[in-house]
Design a protein. Structure first.
Length: 306
């Protein structure tokens, strides 16, 4: 009797008790697949790199950003009113539907900036995600996307132009500072991407982060999501959270609290004045190629769908 009273009291205090259960997710793929012989001992990037289309499953991201795959990915249309997908020959304009929505929303915000008619979108994921034959370690779950820092002023580029045109570097002094190509519009577009609740993190070179730290006079909460990283001076990288109720999608730990500006300053100091190498540091481990044994088992079914 006592317990019933306590439960009822808790429910009065907690909105969750009175709200309907979140809508059940599509059942998803079972995680108990065995790995067929043809997939054993093969580099997973060969298997995923050979897929030309998304799978027919309900959309679901399985695994983690650098060890996973995506079921039911959709393609970002090659050209939209406020975007173009670049390097079409790579066939990496596939992502989780939430990623595609975020990119389209962001492209409309970018189009409102002076000199920008939208965005040029670089790699998202392969049609079924997974490791790639070249480039990225992440981008495996359809929840990472690269956005060019070159203003998308011309949205009528043909296929050939989209293979050949280059983005533009925004950095000076190895990424310690921005160069003259960086504008306030870049700040506003990165800010819009960071303020999207679907975004977990943004990666960009340290000099861009410290610049935005200096220039932001309003709300600074979004800066927490903007993380300094190597490279990322031709494009910035948007990483989405796992979609709500996603089973089998492993989040990265949230960024540390605060705006992260002091950490970015430390990156800059280390670029300008690199610390001496640690003589006791272990030699870097050579990276092993992922096989299907390493990936979540649902990825077997994602590959098998014909
Ligand atoms: Zn990226």
């Amino acid at each position: 009797m006592g317990r019933i009273v306590i439960t009822a009291a808790l429910c009065l205090g907690l909105a969750a008790c009175t709200q309907p259960e979140p809508e059940a997710q599509a059942p998803g793929i079972v995680s108990s697949q065995s790995i067929p012989a043809a997939m054993q001992g093969v580099q997973a990037k060969q298997l995923f790199g050979a897929q030309g289309q998304g799978s027919e499953h309900a959309p679901a991201a399985y695994g983690s950003y650098a060890n996973g795959c995506i079921a039911g990915a959709v393609a970002l249309p090659e050209t939209g009113p406020t975007w173009q997908a670049m390097r079409l020959s790579r066939n990496r304009n596939w992502g989780h539907p939430e990623t595609i929505d975020l990119l389209q929303d962001l492209s409309r915000k970018a189009a409102a900036q002076p000199g920008w008619n939208g965005i040029y979108v670089g790699d998202i994921s392969q049609p079924r995600g997974g490791p790639m034959l070249s480039g990225h370690r992440s981008h495996q779950m359809g929840l990472d996307a690269d956005i060019w820092l070159r203003p998308a002023d011309n949205l009528t580029l043909d296929r050939t132009a989209r293979e050949n045109i280059s983005s533009i570097s925004m950095r000076r002094a190895n990424g310690a500072y921005i160069n003259g190509n960086w504008t306030r519009a870049h700040h506003e577009i990165v800010k819009a991407a960071a303020q999207d609740p679907r975004t977990a993190r943004i990666f960009i070179f340290p000099g861009a982060k410290t610049q935005m730290c200096k220039e932001e006079t309003g709300d600074r909460a979004w800066l927490r999501k903007v993380r300094p990283w190597w490279g990322h001076h031709y494009h910035f990288h948007v990483r989405l959270n796992c979609p709500d109720n996603a089973k089998g999608c492993v989040e990265q730990a949230a960024p540390p609290p605060g705006d992260g500006c002091a950490e970015a300053e430390q990156w800059v100091r280390n670029i300008l004045n690199p610390p001496p190498p640690d003589p006791d540091a272990p030699p870097p481990k050579p990276r092993r190629e992922l096989t299907m044994e390493d990936l979540p088992r649902q990825c077997v079914a994602v590959l098998q769908d014909q």
